[in-house]
Design a protein around this ligand. Structure first.
Ligand SMILES: Nc1ncnc2c1ncn2[C@@H]1O[C@H](COP(=O)(O)OP(=O)(O)OP(=O)(O)O)[C@@H](O)[C@H]1O
Length: 512
């Protein structure tokens, strides 16, 4: 980078990572709260550009800079694709900030780590995540819309896989969507860059429980890209079905839910399953037949076919992202819509929709408590034989009508807020050069979003961008990655540990 003339800024030059301070940005609103810390919508002070600032949580780090952050930065530096969120730069703050938890200067602020400053990843900003968007009252996805999002998800994932990256945390809140209809994969904190080296073990404690494939739940430490495809299958079925399909409470319950729908595996349906480390612990106690096709009988034939291929128990038989993009589902009517034709919504991230729901709940509880108090007062006066107090007009009306603010916020009777992760989607009405169907996604009016007869089958839109086409072909599930090892027993899991704040700690040792 060239040195700027005195008093001038090199704003045309791309700053090197960490060279700028977070004070170059004005934080506008918190849009996410994750394992790393907070995610903010922010404005670059000079250019006015809107970005997302993801603060790397350092408070609990005794080992220095968290490995998940290093991994995310390294991997995102390598990936450049329109369906993968763009990391623009990394910025720092030298001291504790006013808006972060903890009291500056006090010992408790940063017990583990000596560095009291903050480190932020600066991303391009997207208006929504899929979980938050789907959870918005009144939002329902049409089949062409679902197909449009799924194509983008699979295209981004295929690009990752051919570049030897496993995402390992595909779920709705990690799929960012903008008001132009673009979908991008985000949160590469658990992603893994891997080589096709046999006999190297990987951790099986990855992927949020509801979206975790059976081979990981059964303890395998040798796996490949099809772990991500299982998660995609769960998302597609969830979008079409209207709610999460495997909402397990813990690993055992998760496997049980999977077996109930996909059948209990045996050596015939899944050769080698009985050799998996925890097969004996979780062995089904009764025979269970695969009934996925009956259960999702309301899906159209091609959707069912694709969900079936994605939710195949044996990972070596599961469909790849490339083949999924070629599935008839995307090439039969109703065709995927053009992203640009999708409706525009007010910003909705899972964090915001949950916050709104909690506010509604608290308001409703407060309202009910007030009603109880009034009723008790009323009863007491009657008991004493005194004439009832004339309630003010508004208060009397409140006996039968919700408060105006509750109407504005879509009042519902108080119910406990739903479990985290529990969004409910509203029920809707190759290796480079390999043969496939997708034209470049750079041209949104291309055949990708139209009738297949208008488009070529020979370009998935992957393998583009500044990176040389990989020479490696997507491997089977037996692919392993170097330097990663199994972690502990079968019961540690994403349901509690990964959704919570301990991911950096949990995955910090010897994790590649
Ligand atoms: N580039 C972005 N633009 C807009 N919102 C974003 C962006 N990146 C993240 N978010 C919001 O912040 C949330 C949390 O971000 P992210 O998943 O990257 O953090 P995390 O700490 O890894 O979270 P988790 O604990 O869920 O894995 C996302 O679900 C999304 O709503």
């Amino acid at each position: 980078m060239e040195v700027a003339a005195p008093g001038q800024l090199n704003i045309d030059e791309c700053p090197s990572y960490g060279s700028r301070g977070v004070d170059c940005f004005e934080k506008l609103e918190q849009v996410g709260e994750g394992t790393y810390g907070r995610v903010y919508m922010a404005r670059e002070k000079i250019t006015g550009e809107i970005v997302a600032l993801k603060r790397i949580r350092m408070e609990d780090e005794k080992e220095g800079f968290p490995i998940t952050a290093i991994r995310e930065i390294k991997i995102l530096n390598k990936l450049h694709h329109e369906n993968v969120v763009r990391l623009k730069e990394v910025v720092t703050s030298l001291g504790p900030e006013k808006d972060e938890p903890g009291t500056p200067g006090k010992h408790s602020y940063n017990e583990g780590n000596k560095f009291n400053g903050g480190i932020y990843m600066v991303f391009e900003y997207l208006d929504h995540d899929l979980a938050g968007l789907a959870d918005r009252p009144g939002v329902s996805f049409s089949v062409p819309q679902i197909k449009c999002y799924m194509i983008q998800l699979l295209t981004g994932l295929h690009y990752c896989h051919i570049n030897q990256v496993l995402h390992r945390d595909i779920k709705g809140s990690n799929l960012l969507v903008d008001n132009e209809g673009n979908l991008k994969l985000a949160d590469f904190g658990l992603a893994k860059s891997y080589l096709n080296v046999p006999n190297v073990n990987l951790t099986n404690r990855v992927i949020t429980l509801w979206y975790r494939p059976p081979e990981l739940l059964l303890g395998t430490t040798k796996y490949g890209p099809t772990i991500d495809i299982w998660s995609v299958g769960c998302i597609l079925a969830e979008l079409l079905h209207g709610k999460a399909i495997f909402p397990g409470k813990d690993e055992s319950d998760q496997l049980n839910k999977i077996f109930e729908l996909c059948g209990a595996p045996d050596e015939i349906s899944w050769p080698g399953v009985s050799e998996l480390p925890w097969y004996k612990n979780f062995k089904p106690t009764r025979p269970m037949k695969r009934c996925l096709r009956e259960f999702f009988g309301h899906f159209d034939h091609h959707a069912l076919e694709l969900v079936d291929r994605m939710l195949t128990l044996d990972p070596s038989q599961r469909i790849s992202a490339k083949d999924a993009l070629d599935a008839e589902y995307f090439w039969t009517e109703p065709f995927p819509c053009d992203p640009k034709s999708l409706p525009k919504y007010e910003s909705s991230h899972e964090f915001q929709t949950k916050k709104r729901r909690l506010q509604q709940y608290e308001e409703a509880v407060k309202y009910q408590q007030q009603q109880h108090k009034e009723a008790a007062k009323h009863q007491k006066l009657q008991h004493l034989g005194l004439p009832p107090i004339q309630l003010p007009r508004q208060t009397r009306a409140a006996h039968i009508r919700p408060a105006p603010s509750q109407i504005m916020h879509g009042y519902q009777p108080p119910v406990p807020p739903r479990e985290p992760q529990g969004h409910q989607y509203v029920k809707p009405p190759g290796p480079s050069g390999g043969p496939n169907r997708y034209p470049s996604a750079r041209n949104p009016s291309s055949s990708r979003y139209n009738h297949p007869s208008q488009g070529s089958r020979s370009d998935h839109g992957h393998g583009r961008g500044p990176y040389p086409p990989p020479s490696w072909a997507p491997p089977s599930a037996s692919v392993v990655m170097p330097g990663d090892g199994p972690r502990g027993g079968p019961y540690g899991g994403r349901s509690s540990d990964m959704v919570g704040r301990n991911r950096n700690r949990q995955y910090s040792w010897r994790q590649q």
